[in-house]
Design a binder for this molecule. Sequence first.
Ligand code: PHE
Length: 335
Amino acid sequence: MYRELEKIKEEGLKALLEIKDEKELENWRVKYFGKKGELQKLIINLKSTPKNERPKKGREINQLKNNFLDNFKNKKQEISNKSSQTKWVDPTLPSILPPIGHLHPMTLTINEIISIFEPLGYQRVSHPEIETDYFAFEALNMPKDHPARDEWETFFVNDNIVLTPHTSSGQVREMRKRKIPPIRMLNISRCYRRQQDVSHTPVFHQFEGLFIDEDVSIADLKGTLEYFTIRFFGEDRKTRIRPYHFQFTEPSFEVDISCEVCSGRGCKLCKNIGWLELGGAGMVHPNVLKAGGINYLKYKGFAFGWGVERILMMKTKINDIRLIYQNDIRFLEQF
Ligand code: PHE
C-alpha cells in the first residue's frame, strides 16, 4: 500500500476509535468524505500520479474508502445504541399505580353499624337465611295462618322452610344459644321479600338489635336508638318512637328520625310531617322470651330491626335502591 494512503488510514481509524458522540463523528465524516476531504484530495492527486501507477493507486483509494465507510457505519451504530441505552431513567420514581378500589357502600355501612354497637357490648352474629317457618314466625308469636304474617310477603321454599323475611328470626335462635342473659345481639343479614320498587328489592339487608337483661325498660330502648341515630346520622338529628303493632313486641313502636332537610318543620321529603320513618322496635313479648327458654318473669328485653339499605339511602340521599346493586363505577366511586 502506498505510504501516503497508509498514513491516512492509520490516522483516520485512530481518530474514529476515539470518537464519542455524533458531533465528533460528523466532523470526522467531513474530514474524510467531505468535498474537500482527504479522500477527495487523493482522487484529485491521482492525476499527478504516473499513468502506469494510477490503476493500482485508484484501487487502493477505493479500498480505503470502503474500509472507512464500514468503520464509519459501525461507529454510528455504536453511538446510537449507546445514546438509547443512556436515556434518562429515574428508578426512584413511583411506578404507574393500578386503580385502587374500595369496599362496597353496603359493606361500609354494615361496618359502621358494627362499630357503633360494638362499644355498647353488642356481638355481631349470623343466623340462617334459609329458615324454618318456626323461627321466622311461630316462635315470634305468629302461629300458622295468623294474619299478621301477611306483612312479611314471604318466599316459601315449602310449608316449613322460608327465605327469612326479617332478622327477627335470629331472636329465639340467639336466646336458645345463649340461654342465660345478659344477651346483646347484633344480627345483620340478608332478608327476602316479594317486593320491588324504588325503595324495595326482593333481597335486602336488616340489622337487628336484641338486648335482654334484668330491669330493661323503654328508656333503655329509646336511649340506644338515640345513641345510634346521633352516631350514624349526626348530632342534630332527633328520634321519636310512635305506637305501632308487632306480634313479637309489646309495646311495639315505629322509630322516626327528624327530617334532615327541614329539621322537623315539614317539607316535601318528609311529606310535611317533619319526621322520616326508620323501622320497627319494641319490648320483647313474653311469649318470645318463653320460646327462647328465658325466664320471662326475671328478664326483660327490647329489640329493633331496621333496613341497612334504608339508612344508607337516608344518609346519602340515594333516591333509588337499585343504584346500590347496579355496580356502576360512577356511582360506587362517590363513597
Ligand atoms: N322484624 C321487623 C320487621 O321486619 C322489625 C322489628 C324488629 C320490629 C324488632 C320490632 C322488633 O319489620
